[in-house]
Design a protein around this ligand. Sequence first.
Ligand code: NAD
Ligand code: MG
Length: 435
Amino acid sequence: MTTTKKGRSRQEDSQPIGLAILGATGSIGINTLDVVSRYPDKFRVVALTGYSQVERMTQLCKDHRPDYVVMVDEDAAELLSAAVTQMRLKTQMGLQIEILSGVSGLEKVAGLPQVSCVMAAIVGAAGLVPTLAAAKAGKRILLANKEALVMSGSIFMDAVRENNVTLLPIDSEHNAIFQCMLRQVHCNTDNSANDQLATNQTLPHNLAEMGISRILLTASGGPFKDTPLDEINNITPAQACAHPVWSMGKKISVDCATMMNKGLEVIEACWLFNTNAESIQVVIHPQSVIHSMVEYIDGSILAQLGNPDMRTPIAHALAWPERIDSGVQRLDIFDIALLEFEKPDLARFPCLKLAIEVSKTGGTAPAILNAANEVAVDAFLNERLAFVDIASVVERTLENMTYTEVDTLETVLRVDEQARAVTQECIKTMSIRVH
Ligand code: NAD
Ligand code: MG
């Protein structure tokens, strides 16, 4: 029996990889389960988490038989417990599931010894604490929850380094950028691709030293790229959630419509690829066939293409550095009639402008922007705020708060809470414009 680094044997390595899927009931969670269920010999679902969607989680328990489930909401955990007991009696399935609740439940499953890989797919700031717990436990992290990185990039990346975490981006653009970087850019050591136990394989060196001049971060432009500005006032939540290309959760769909999502992705890319906003050019590419590009100093531009389906980046990260079939329909390049590229209009998309500014400011400013945006988007989805006022509310919150350094997680969580309160106050004075 050969033994690799950290004392694990090759025989142990051939055991299925134990997975915890944080945010399993959401769009990324369901897509992850779709890929994973194609490979029962490679992956084992150890833990699933959700907030309160009992019916959906009951079905997931039936289909994937996890050992642990967390419903953050306590009442939902009780209802799930009853539903699983009933299912066990009805179907005589030998379901043995430990059901937990609360944030402590999320932290627990992120650190379970039988879990080696954590899909971080909770939406919003709520993903920060459990994703950080996964990093501290040294798990391989597949990161969809961009908000964790936006709020506390320095703390999160320190935890990744200190615990030799293999960090793989799920956001399609960041996954594309990762794929367009040569292996040695994201390998701190010269370990072979087969040695998955190498430390910090996925962390980038200084991009300039590696011959990279720019990152070209693509964006579809969302549903309102060409909508006359006077019509944007009356946009409804249903219109904002109808993304022309991607099918996603509601919050990220609204973020795509305002292009705040692209702003958050600029900040995310700065942390993931050890760079700054000056080295990132946002490119509107309405066809969403190219998922992002990396420009090298010799004039080469490498791009990653594919059909817009999140199962591709998910499968890439699950199998990295190998490749597995994701179930995604192949892109027929003969069907691509046209590839268009435009510079974003920052006057049309003030949220993108604010996020780029904030990424340059640093400190607690990105956490404030993120909190204000989450509260504003929620108010918009609940028809308490007009679409155009999302940017105004975020801007006013940023103006009304002072920024500090991000020193501890407690600082970030306190700032997040304060920013939410300030944002609610701003919304009270603006909600009159909805009707
Ligand atoms: P979603 O709304 O479909 O699902 C969110 C998940 O988080 C659900 O399982 C929900 O139960 C859980 N959740 C919500 N609030 C919670 C809380 N307070 N505590 C614990 N769990 C909670 O969202 P999504 O579209 O799957 O997005 C998830 C993350 O992935 C987001 O950070 C998003 O930015 C990122 N992402 C999504 C896509 C996509 O295509 N959907 C693409 C790139 C990045
Ligand atoms: Mg994205």
